[in-house]
Structures are given as structure tokens and as C-alpha cells.
Design a protein around this ligand. Sequence first.
Ligand code: GLN
Ligand code: ZN
Length: 761
Amino acid sequence: MASHIVGYPRMGPKRELKFALESFWNGKISADELQKVASGLKASIWKEMADAGIKYIPSNTFSYYDQVLDTTAMIGAVPPRYGWNGGEIDFDVYFSMARGNATLPAMEMTKWFDTNYHYIVPELGPDMKFSYASHKAVDEYKEAKALGVDTVPVIVGPVSYLLLSKPAKGTDKSYHLLSLIDRILLVYKEVISELKAAGTSWIQFDEPKLVTDLDSHQLQAFTHAYSELESALSGLNVLIETYFADVPAEGYRTLASLKGVTAFGFDLVRGTKTLDLIKGGFPSGKYLFAGVVDGRNIWANDLAASLNTLQALEDIVGKDKLVVSTSCSLLHTAVDLGNEIKLDAEIKSWLAFAAQKILEVNALAKGLSGQKDEAFFSANAAAHASRKSSSRVTNETVQKAAAALKGSDHCRSTNVGARLEAQQKKLNLPLLPTSTTGSFPQTMDLRRVRRAYKANKISEDYYVKAIKEEIRKVVELQEELDIDVLVHGEPERNDMVEYFGEQLSGFAFTVNGWVQSYGSRCVKPPIIYGDVSRPTPMTVFWSTMAQSMTKRPMKGMLTGPVTILNWSFVRNDQPRFETCYQVALAIKDELEDLEKAGITIIQIDEAALREGLPLRKSEQPFYLDWAVHSFRITNCSVQDTTQIHTHMCYSNFNDIIHSIIDMDSDVITLENSRSDEKLLSVFREGVKYGAGIGPGVYDIHSPRIPSTEEIVDRITKMLAVLESHILWVNPDCGLKTRKYSEVKPALSNMVAAAKIVRTRL
Ligand code: GLN
Ligand code: ZN
């Protein structure tokens, strides 16, 4: 009977770590106090797992910021600009790398595989001097041991670490980072020997890069690294953990033949082909850590089905060599369902957060060893049956409408050139029209009003008046600034997905279902549990009110289906694309109502379209196909004269440019402010873009106010590649995080710049 957890959320059930970190950063608590909160959280996590009966309990999965940064600290790979002089890395250096300090920016942060977690990208080069500079892994092991819990220390594997790094500034871009392997292994060896001395019998290396498309040279690095570590590791059980997808066949062969390794962990939830690989051959005498409990979702496991899978695996690897595990670290799911006071009992019975997943893993392990907890299993079966048959999940009408979409395509009947002409006749916009992305600054007062309304502390009448006043202010400001296409500013929205989720059926919301996004930042994704439909219009009231305040066109503002999907916990009882089509149909209803109400420009934000891109190249075309199709479903039936805009939050779209063109929107605005070059190179290379395009002319992520000359310069550069009749002038994202004192001068300069360039055309 063996059970294992890959990793656990650090934030705490009520985001205790977040609040402690932020107090520490603000100088309100001392380092000692911060460490105390951390120790309390770690102790309760270890105890929770020990009490549940988990055999292999992870340590060193706690982090003050990020586990990759912890590894950077472990090997002393601090970029020289942070002025670190050796010795043990302290909070000062650590948090400077994570968040920057008064004089230095932070290191770059990027998405952790296809999750919404972000890691700090190591910056390495030939001049980097590595040394054993953070004893955190050993300290945590000892900390747990002192509490009576013998844990499995978890360390980011050396090869994945290098493959997740980038060449440091000043290092040739083509520098081969894997050539640093022997140098970092020297530090890994020191860590291993200290862990051994402290009494560990197992060690876990996370090597998630093994699930990606790797070339033979990269695979060879794994073989080399682990044979290099073999003697250091002798006497230990060594687990190589993979997650987020299946390991491709070649990677599987490499993995299975690694020297000194005694156990392999696989994601059996996302890794749909892993089972076949294992059936095709598993190294004899080795342990299989079978990740059957989903670490990326909030659904209760189907215990009966998992037990079947596990029994089949047992026949292959042997009874004493099978370990029940999670598909990946539970970092990517919510913490504890016990804290959800607002969800009803029926929906709650369908869910399992990290704390509940631990119990599931353990129940499966016991079930395998013939000590099945019948009551636990039958409660789980009952919950599954209720989820399957609940009328809250299935809506025949929605199912039929979504099914009818399959096999056919959905596009607007006229091509973009003809549409733009028809629209221009109606809109009569100047060349280089100016506009914004949607939101205007969200003041404290505004947040207070929304909160009070939600808590029933103010009347609907009062609330509507307050929001109306805010919209009026925003409209007047835009007219004063002489912006061509206006927005209402989104004052009624707390979040671009939550706002729609709350009005659609099939969505549920948690109170404490937070998931770490980066550092102390967490997100609280909605849960899509049932067929999605739109009972009543969602934005028509506010959009028509805003339009009535001005003669200029007012953009309707919607969040697109792919973004709603990618920023939610999605049901697992039907394919993602089916859920996406349902959301698309709901948004389509809204679009048609907006059009009927006289809104002539409608923006459908697809901020997160790229985020859903699968890790493996072979799976990307299918995703892009249904994602683009979903977008087109929303607006395929509007008139030629209705102008559809979309907005995306990244400039790095060169590899998906053809999908973006396929979306067939009339105008697209993009984040671009940080790299003109990347974006424009696509067009320089001859990609024809017939639709309107607004690559952001300034960066809204910084408080800096761009000058008119600077924006003139940006627009001029864009005009060298894009035709003047398709170019729009706008900031690169919504303005909600900025202050009015920044927004007013910035937009004023932007409009001035557009006017200057117009005179030159
Ligand atoms: N319309 C949204 C806004 O302006 C878009 C936000 C986003 O792209 N993240 O706030
Ligand atoms: Zn954006």
C-alpha cells in the first residue's frame, strides 16, 4: 500500500503566505515572522499528509516565491547585477531576483508549461560561477523530520532546469546551455550527499521537460546527467517525476534506461498515451508512480475507474512496485474544499481540492492493497452518479445546438475587405482611428460600490446610478481627448471572465478556491460544471446606456469563449472543445442582442487564446482549429456593417499568425509595446493582413507616460510595414490598473501623435 503526492500548494487554505509575504515586503513584519508563518504552513501540510496515511510525502515543494528560483538559489546562479558576494542566499538577494528592488528590475518570469503558474527564468552563461548557496532542500527535510515526518525531498531536475533557462545578457543567443550540465551537477552532488547524511532514503527529481518535443541531443543530456549522478545517488531510491502530458516514445525509452534511477512518475490524466507505453514495456524491478488523481482540476476522482487502471498496471509492474500518486503537483488546484461555505452540497460532492485529493490517493492505495474503504468508495460513486444525472449539468437544448455545429464551418459571408468598406461608410472614421482596449482605471470608490452591491448593502437603484456616473465620466473624458471609438470603461466588472461567468448558467464560484499564479499573486478560476447558456442579456443594458451618452461609436465589450474556457476550471466529462462551443453560442446570443440594440462595433477579447496551446506540436493544430472556430461561431451571423474587434494580450504570435488571420475579425488589437520588431517582422516577411490592426503604441503595464514624439515614432515604424488604411492607434491593453494621472496625459499624447502622423499621410 503506497501513496505519493508530487507537490502541494504553498499559499495556505486562506492565502496565509500571500498576506505574510506582502506584509514582509511592505516592512510590516520581520523576516522571523515571515518564516514563522511558513513553518506553520509547512508543518500543517506535512501533518495533513501523514495523518491521511500518505507514504511518500514531499518536502521542498514549499517556496517563498518559486521552485525554479529556489533551484537557482541552490546552485548560486545569481545574475551578477544583484551584487551577491557568495555565502548563503538571503531574502534580500532572493526577493530582488524575484521582484526587483529599488534600482534593479526583476528577472524575467514566464509561464510554467501550459499552466497559469509562472516561474522565474534562470539566466545562465559560460561565466556563471556555481556554488552551493541555498540549503533549503536539506533544511526542509530536517524540519519535517524534527516533526516526525520522513519526507521525499523534491528538486527540479538538472536537465529540465537548464532547458528552462535562457542565455544571460551578453551571452550569445545560440549559446548551448546544456553544456553547463557538468558544472551544475557538482552542486547537485553536494546537495545529494547532504541529504543522504541527513537520513533521506528517497529523492525526487522533477523532469517535466521530458513531456515536450525534445531532440536526440537533449535526450542525450538526461542519459549523461543521471549516469554522472549515479554514484552520488547510490543507496538512495531515485524518482524521476514527469507531468502535464505523456512522455513521447523516444523520451520514454531514454527515461526507462537512465542509470541509478529506481522509480518513474507519470501523469496518467493528461498523458493519454502513457498507459500504452507502460503496457509496451516497463523496466523490471523499478517503481511506477501512477498519477491518476488530477492535480490540474477540482473534480472528484472517479475512484472505481482509477482502481481499474491501477489494477491493470499492477499486473505489469508488480504489486510492491506500484505507487498511487497525483498527476502533477497539487500546486495547480485549489487548496481545501472545507473552506467553501457558499457552494451547495450537491456541487461540493462533485469536487475535490488538494486536501481532498490526498484522501483520494490514499483511498486508492488502500483499495489496491485489499483494504478498500467501502463507505468512501460508495460515497464517491454516488457523487459521480449524481453528477452524471443532475439536471443542473445537462441542458438538452444546449447539447443539441452545440452538436449541430459539428462538421460545419462558421464564417461571415463576405470577405474582410468588403466588410471594412461597408463599415467605413457607416462609421466614417479618420485614418489611424484612435481607441482603447476597454477598461479605464478602477478606483477604490468603484470597488467599494461593487462590493457593497454584491453584499446587498446598497440598492440596485443606487448601484446603477453610481456606475452610470462613472461611465459618464469616462465618456466625457474620451470626448475631451478626442478619441474616435469609445469604450464604457468596464466599471461594472471585477474581472473579465468572472463577470460573464456569473451571468451564464453552468458556472459556479468559490470563496477560497485560489491558485498561485506567481509570487504572492493568486487567481480564483470559476468552475464550469454544466452545459452553458445565457438566460438573459449580460452587457446590453450598460452598452446601450453608454452609447446614448455620445454620438461617437461605442464599442460593445465581450470576453471570448476561448478565454473564458482557458481561465476557468473546465468540466472533465466532455471534451474541452464541446464546452468551448457552448460558451461560444452563449456569447453569440449576446452579440446578436448588442447588434439589435444598435451597437455597431463589438470587441470580443481573446486575451488567453494562446495560453491554451498544447505543449506538443502534434496537438497544436487541433486546438487552434477548434479555438478559432469557437471565436468565429460568436460573430458569424452579424451584418457586414457591424465591426468585430478582438484583442490579444501578447505580441508573440508569429507562430500562430495564420490562426489569427483565420479568426477573421475586422480589427485586432495586440500587446506589442515591448517588441515592435517581433510583431512587425511577420508582416515584413510578407504575411498579408487585410483586416484592421492596432499593435499597442505604448505599454500600459508601466506607470511611465510616453511622449508624443515617441508614439509618432512607433506609428511611423508600423507604417513602414502596414498599410495606413488598416492601422489603428491604441494602448496595448486595458487601463484598469493605471491611475487617471497616468492615463490622461498618455492618451492625450497618443491622440496628438495620431493627428501628427495623419497630416503626413
Ligand atoms: N477589455 C479588457 C480590458 O481592457 C481586456 C483585458 C485583457 O486583455 N486582459 O480590461
Ligand atoms: Zn490585453
